[in-house]
Design a protein around this ligand. Structure first.
Ligand code: NAD
Length: 300
C-alpha cells in the first residue's frame, strides 16, 4: 500500500479528498497556491509544502485537483514541470476535469519517463468529496488503475475504468452534458405544469413515478418547495455552479467538434446556460437555478 501522497490543489473538492486520505492513514503532503487553503489542509492533518516540487519529494503517489487544463499542463509539462522531477515507480493521478486531449498529452509525457498515470475525474460534488463517496471515472492502463485502487477507495465509493488515457474525461463530459439537458428539460416541464395550475410537488410525484422520471427531478428537484436539502431549497446556493457546468459543456462541445459528433441538445443546453449565466450573479448559483429562466415574474 503506497503511504506517501503529494496532493496539489486543495480547493472545494481537493481539500476534503485529502482529508479523507489522512483519515485512512496515508501521509499527505499538500500544496496549493492559496495560503488559506493550505492552512485548512494542515488543520485536516496534511503536511504543508512550500511548492509543488517540494510536495512531491519522496511521494509514492502524486494527485492533482486543479480548476483547468491550463493549470494541470503548467503543473506537469515543460522544463519546470513536475514530470521532469518524477521517477518510477511514482504514480500520477489527475482528478481535475480537463480536456481529454490535455489528459492524453500529460499521460503520454509521463509514460515517456516510465511513470504510470491516470486521468480520474470525479462525479458527486463537494458533499460526496467530504463523505468519501465520489465516483472516479478513470482513463489509462489497467495496471495503473490497479495501483491506484487503494488510494481512490479512500476517497470514493465507485471506480470505473472507462478505457485508455483520456477516456475518464470523455465519460465525465458525456455524463455532465446529459445532466445539463436533463435538468433543463425537467425545469421546463415543471414550469409548464405550474403555469397550468399544477402543484410542482404533485407534478414531481407523478412524473417521478412515470416515464419522465430522472435524477434531476427525483434527487435534485429544481423547483423551490418540492424538496428539502437541495440547492432549490436554499436560493440555489452551494452545489454545482453554473460556471462549472458551462466549463464542462464547453469541453463537451470541443470534444464533439473533434469527433464530428452531432450534439444538438448539448449545444442548446450550453446556449441556455450561457444566457442564464450572462448575469454574473447567476454564474455562482447552483446549476438547478436554470429554473429561473422559465419562471414568470409574479403577477404575469
Ligand atoms: P476550486 O477552485 O475550489 O479549487 C482549486 C484549487 O486549486 C484552489 O484552491 C486553487 O488555489 C488551487 N490551484 C490552482 N492552480 C494551482 C496550482 N498551479 N498549484 C497549486 N494549486 C493551484 O475548484 P474545485 O471545486 O475544487 O474543483 C477542482 C476540479 O474538480 C475542477 O476541475 C472541477 O471541474 C472538478 N469538479 C468539481 C466539482 C464541484 O462540485 N466543485 C465536482 C466534480 C468535479
Amino acid at each position: 500500500k503506497p503511504q506517501r501522497i503529494a496532493f496539489i490543489g486543495l480547493g472545494n473538492m481537493g481539500g476534503p479528498m485529502a482529508a479523507n486520505l489522512v483519515k485512512q492513514g496515508f501521509a499527505v503532503t499538500a500544496f496549493d497556491l492559496s495560503p488559506v487553503m493550505l492552512e485548512k489542509a494542515q488543520a485536516n492533518g496534511c503536511s504543508k509544502a512550500e511548492s509543488a516540487h517540494a510536495a512531491i519529494e519522496g511521494a509514492d503517489v502524486v494527485i492533482s485537483m486543479l480548476p483547468s487544463g491550463e493549470a494541470v499542463r503548467a503543473l506537469y509539462l515543460g522544463v519546470h514541470g513536475l514530470l521532469q522531477a518524477m521517477n518510477p515507480p511514482t504514480l500520477l493521478i489527475d482528478c481535475s476535469t480537463i480536456a481529454a486531449n490535455d489528459a492524453r498529452q500529460i499521460i503520454a509525457a509521463a509514460s515517456e519517463r516510465g511513470i504510470d498515470a491516470l486521468d480520474a475525474p470525479v462525479s458527486g460534488g463537494t458533499a460526496a468529496a467530504a463523505a468519501g463517496t465520489l465516483s472516479f471515472m478513470c482513463g489509462g492502463a489497467e495496471h495503473a488503475l490497479q495501483r491506484a485502487r487503494p488510494v481512490l477507495a479512500a476517497m470514493g465509493a465507485n471506480m470505473f475504468h472507462a478505457g485508455p488515457a483520456g477516456s475518464g474525461q470523455v465519460a465525465k463530459i458525456c455524463n455532465n452534458m446529459l445532466l445539463a439537458v436533463q435538468m433543463i428539460g425537467t425545469a421546463e416541464a415543471l414550469q409548464l405544469g405550474v403555469d397550468n395550475g399544477l402543484d410542482p410537488r404533485v407534478l414531481s410525484e407523478i412524473m417521478g413515478a412515470s416515464s419522465g422520471g430522472n435524477w434531476s427531478l427525483e434527487k435534485y428537484n429544481p423547483y423551490p418547495g418540492v424538496m428539502e436539502n437541495v440547492p432549490a431549497a436554499q436560493h440555489y446556493e452551494g452545489g454545482f455552479s453554473v460556471a462549472l457546468m458551462l466549463k464542462d459543456l464547453g469541453l463537451a462541445m470541443d470534444t464533439a467538434a473533434g469527433s464530428a459528433s452531432s450534439t444538438p441538445l448539448g449545444a442548446l443546453a450550453k446556449n441556455l446556460y450561457q444566457l442564464h449565466g450572462g448575469d454574473p450573479l447567476n454564474r455562482a448559483l447552483d446549476f438547478s437555478s436554470i429554473q429561473n429562466l422559465f419562471r414568470r415574474p409574479a403577477g404575469d
